[in-house]
Design a protein around this ligand. Sequence first.
Ligand code: UN1
Length: 507
Amino acid sequence: MAKAAKAKSSVKKYYNYIGGEWVPSSSKDWFDNTNPADTNDVIGRFPQSNADDIRAAVSAAKNAATAWRRTPAPRRAEILFKLGEILRANKDQYSREMTREMGKVLKETGGDVQEAIDCTYFTAGEGRRLHGFTTPAEMPNKFAMCVRQPVGLCGLITPFNFPMAIPSWKLIPALVCGNTVVLKSGEDVPLSALNLVKACEQAGIPKGVVNLVNGDGGEIGPALVGHPDVRLISFTGSTATGKIIAEQCARDNKIVSLEMGGKNAIIVMDDADIDNAVEGSLWGAFGTSGQRCTASSRLVVHKKVYKKFVTQLSDRASRLRVGNGLDRRTEVGPVINQQAMDKIHGYIDIGRRHDGAKLATGGEILNKGSHKNGYFISPTVFADVSPKMRIGQEEIFGPVTSVIPFSTLDEAIEIVNGVAYGLSSAIYTQNVNHAFYAMQELYTGICYVNSATIGAEVHLPFGGTKGTGNGHREAGTQVLDIFSEWKSLYIDYSGRLQKAQIDEFEI
Ligand code: UN1
C-alpha cells in the first residue's frame, strides 16, 4: 500500500448525527477535513452527504418535535445548562481541534468556545423567563396575554469562521424555545460542530431534537432550504448565498434570518489616543486573519494624525508573526482554503493595479519554509485609499485593511456609512461630543467607542443594517424573536357573548 493511502486509511472517521444515531451518508462518500496551516495534516474524514440524508434528518427532527415542544422550558434549559458544563470541561480539546481545522490561533479558538459557553449559559437562563406579557382587555371580565410558541423545525446553516460560537448562537435559542433542528455547518470546519452536537448528546438532549448533516453546501444546502417540513432557515455566510436562500424561502413562505457581509470601519479622530487606536486596528483587522464579518477592513483616519498612524500601523503589521495557530507564538494564522487565498490575493491585486492604492505593507502569499503547506498571506495595509475604490467598498474577508484619510467628523461618518453593509463601526476619540454624535449617526447594528469593530458579547443583540442582514438580530434576548412566534390569548370569563370593537361599555 502506498504511504499516502496507508496514512489516509488510518484517518479517523466521523459521522452524521440523525435521530440520535451516528451514521454515514447514504452516498457512502467521504471528504477530508484538512488543516489550513498544513494541508498534509488530515484531521478526519466526514460524510459527504446528499439530499436523502437531509430528508432523513428532517424526518427525525419532525418526529421529535411534539415531545420537545411539550417539555417545559425550564426542563429544556436544565439540559442546556448541563451542555454548558460539558463545553466548559472540554474547552481545551475543542480549541485545539478548532485551531487544527480552521487555522486561527489557540487564544482565539479558546474565545470561540468561550462564546459558545457564554451563549449556552445566557440563553439557557431564558428557559425560566421566555417572557410574554399581559395587557388589559377592552371588555369587562376578559383577560388578554401573549406567549411565545416555537416556530417548528429549524434549518441552521453556519460558516467556517466561528465554528462553534455561531452554531451555538442559533442552536441554543432554537432549543430553549422548543424547536427541533437540522444543523449544516461549514464544510471546512465539521469537527467543531460535531463536538457541539456530541456534547448535546452527552447532556441528554433527546434523540432527534438535534441533527447534524455534514457535507458540501452546494449539494445539501438546497435540500435543507427547500424541504417543505422546514419552517425556518437561519443562515450566516456570504451575501451571494444568503440572497439565494432568501429567494427560495420567499417562494416557500419560510421564516428566514440572515447574517451576511460587512465592510466595517474604525474612525480615528485627531484627538484619539493613537497608540490605543493602532493596537485596536491591528486586532480588528488581523485577528482571525481578517475572516470575521466584523473585521476592521477600513480605517478612516483624520488627516492630522494620518501619517503617524499609517507608519505605526504598517510597522506593527509587518512584525506580526504569521504561522500555524497551534504554535503559541503565532499571532496570525492561515486563511481557510485555496479559494479564499485566491480571492484575497485577487483583492490585493485590485488594490494595487485597478484601484491604484498604496501598498504600505504585506500583500504577499507566504509559501516558503514553515509556510509551505498552508494558506498564508502577510498582513496587508493599503494607504491612501479613497472611499469609492473597490477595496474600500467590497468585503475581502482576509488580512487586508484600507486606510482612508478624512478632514471632518461628518465626512468620516459619510465614508463609514457609504457602503452596502452595516454590521459594525467604531470611533477612537477622547471627545465625548464626538463619541455621542458618532454613535447617533453611524448606521450600523453595532458601534464601539475606543475599541475595534470586533468583540461582540453574547448578551447584546448581534446583526447589521442594510446589506448585512434582513432585519433580525441574533444573541441577546432579541434572538428569541427569530426562534419563537407570538401567540395572543384572550380569555373571556363573563359567561356571555362580548363583541370586540362593537359592544359599548356603559360607565
Ligand atoms: C462573525 O464574524 O460572524 O464580534 C462573528 C465578534 C465575534 C463574533 C464575530 N464575537 O467579532
